[in-house]
Write a protein that binds this ligand. Structure first.
Ligand code: NAP
Length: 260
């Protein structure tokens, strides 16, 4: 097990799916976790189901598409923790669809959801980050190889790679803070079901058949579990990964075809 005892880590969009899996794994590794998401009910349910962690778990609402909401969230984190040791950037996924189906304003909305949110969260997190903190950003295998029917994700997520690599060149030398990206393939969550349902409707297939097709392209022949992303993030938050910086790491059961 990875030991994160004493670390104070912020998990964005931490109430469902991958974000929940990360919150839970970090807590099991001994960290203090402060998570957020938009819905009060989701925050309450998550606080209940993680209540075994006692006062090591905190959560509140935040809408990551709103800069003032992000500011208020980090102000609360600062009040609770003083300084932080880690940030896991995660947010909701953009709607599925092919190029001809996506109106222009959805490109702007997706930029706000996936990129502007990461910039603002990074600005706020840097104000309260200890030296040698670890910032980990969730993207997708879509940044290496386009995923069918996901034009918004395939296009706009690429910015996070440029952002994170540049931060690792500009910010790391003065602060020791490490910046890395994780790129999941198919992880078993509500979101992956939505993506499969959209594909199924389009292709006139059953959702179960589309899910099986997705898995058939994965050499390990299954979807990943949210806790497995949590385990990778815990490693990146830990001192075991102190020499990993500016990297983009897939967690996809071997789905990607590219060699590096
Ligand atoms: N699952 C996969 O296979 C996979 C693979 C690669 C990448 N991804 C990406 O990973 C991210 C998480 O996916 P997931 O599968 O875990 O999705 P999910 O199960 O739908 O969970 C999404 C989480 O994000 C929160 N959220 C959504 N919009 C938000 C916002 N504007 N501000 C704050 N919180 C927000 C949701 O809570 P509230 O509703 O309470 O806000 C929820 O906790 C998405 O960007 C997705 O595209 C997923």
């Amino acid at each position: 097990m990875i030991d994160l005892t004493g670390k104070r880590i912020v998990v964005l969009a931490g109430t469902k799916g991958i974000g929940y899996g990360v919150s839970e794994f970090l807590l099991k590794s001994g960290a203090n976790v402060f998570f957020c998401s938009r819905s009060e009910a989701n925050v309450r349910d998550t606080l209940n189901s993680l209540s075994w962690a006692g006062d090591r778990v905190s959560g509140t609402t935040c809408n990551l598409t709103k800069a003032d909401s992000i500011e208020r969230f980090f102000a609360k984190v600062g009040e609770r923790y003083g300084k932080i040791n880690g940030l896991f950037f995660n947010t909701g996924g953009p709607p599925p669809g092919r190029f001809e189906e996506i109106p222009l304003d959805l490109w702007d909305i997706t930029y706000e959801l996936l990129v502007r949110s990461a910039v603002k969260a990074t600005q706020e997190a840097l104000k309260i980050a200890e030296r040698e903190s670890s910032f980990v950003y969730l993207t997708s295998v879509a940044v290496k190889e386009p995923v069918p029917n996901l034009i918004l994700s395939n296009s706009i997520r690429m910015s996070i790679l440029g952002l994170v690599k540049t931060l690792s060149k500009e910010v790391t030398p003065d602060t020791g803070i490490r910046f890395n990206v994780v790129m999941p393939g198919y992880i078993r969550t509500q979101r992956v079901e939505e993506v499969a349902r959209s594909r199924a409707i389009k292709m006139g297939k059953k959702i179960e058949d589309v899910m099986s097709e997705m898995v058939s392209n994965v050499p390990l022949k299954r979807m990943g579990e949210p806790w497995e992303v949590g385990a990778l993030v815990a490693f990146l938050m830990s001192d075991l990964s102190k020499y990993i910086n500016g990297a983009a790491i897939p967690i996809d059961g071997g789905l990607l075809n590219s060699i590096i």
